[in-house]
Design a protein around this ligand. Structure first.
Ligand code: SF4
Ligand code: SF4
Ligand code: SF4
Length: 258
């Protein structure tokens, strides 16, 4: 059965132990300066965001039908049967299409490194394959981040909302977004407050995949798809740039408030 993570912001205490555990798991640095960075980056694969007394996690959603994997020309990103969307740096050619294709703006690039890689949460695939929890779920002291069977976590999230309809926003984020994900979020405040897009398609995104392309012998439709794909990627690049500008502006604003 497929595994997943359920993050319930209403029981998160903002301790950031998940960030530390993630950094350790992925052999990334972690210190007070990095802890204060409220955004995902090439050295921070998950971030706890704080708005007043509310918290929210950001991490790769490990989508059921990940657009990052679909656009990757060399298959460096793969959805696994157990849930994680993995990344193989030895295959990656650095085109960064995944960054443009991701509807959640998750993959980051190690611009400052001589041999850069794409970085994102890969849902601890080695641990999951060994029957263990992800590092972030194992460390979480309150159970705000919970690892388990995907179907069971969905049922549990639905039950929590049914039991406490006034406590939660009536939305399991990740259940239907872009065809569903392996990370589910519950919150008492609108997800938009933390920069989550709530206008995403319920269907997997239309994708330019090499698997599709290689089954189309006709040059004309192939050319049309490539052009369509280039347009879509260019369009998304502009969207990503805009989103990053908004994120930076919001961060600067929050910084001023604190
Ligand atoms: S959130 Fe983005 S990077 Fe993560 S699996 Fe989905 S498409 Fe890929
Ligand atoms: S699942 Fe693993 S890689 Fe992803 S945020 Fe948790 S600890 Fe980090
Ligand atoms: S470890 Fe758990 S309680 Fe602490 S910040 Fe992360 S999700 Fe929240």
């Amino acid at each position: 059965m497929s595994k997943a993570l359920l993050y319930d912001a209403t029981i998160c205490i903002g301790c950031k132990q998940c960030e530390q555990a993630c950094a350790d798991q992925n052999k990334l640095p972690y210190n007070d300066t990095i802890a204060a960075e409220e955004r995902q980056s090439d050295h921070k694969l998950t971030a706890i965001l704080t708005r007043n007394d509310k918290f929210m996690r950001r991490l790769c959603m490990n989508c059921q039908e990940p657009s990052c994997a679909s656009v990757c020309p060399v298959g460096a990103l793969q959805k696994t049967a157990l849930g994680p969307v993995t990344y193989d740096a030895s295959k990656c050619m650095g085109c960064r299409y995944c960054m443009v294709a991701c509807p959640f703006s998750v993959p980051k690039y190690e611009w400052g490194k001589l041999f850069p890689k794409v970085q994102k949460c890969v849902m601890c695939p080695d641990r999951v394959a060994q029957g263990k929890q992800t590092a972030c779920a194992e460390i979480c002291p309150t159970g705000a981040t919970k690892f388990g069977e995907r179907d069971e976590l969905i049922a549990e999230a639905q039950q929590r909302i049914r039991d406490n309809p006034t406590k939660y926003v009536n939305h399991i984020y990740g259940l239907t977004e872009v065809g569903g994900t392996s990370v589910f979020l519950l919150s008492s405040v609108p997800f938009e407050d933390f920069g989550y897009r709530t206008n995403l398609s319920k269907d997997p995104l239309p994708m330019l995949t090499y698997q599709v392309l290689q089954h189309i012998p006709d040059f004309v439709p192939l050319g049309g798809m490539v052009l369509g794909g280039i347009w879509w990627i260019t369009h998304r690049r502009a969207e990503v740039a805009l989103a990053e500008a908004h994120e930076s502006a919001a961060q600067a604003k929050n910084g001023r408030k604190q």
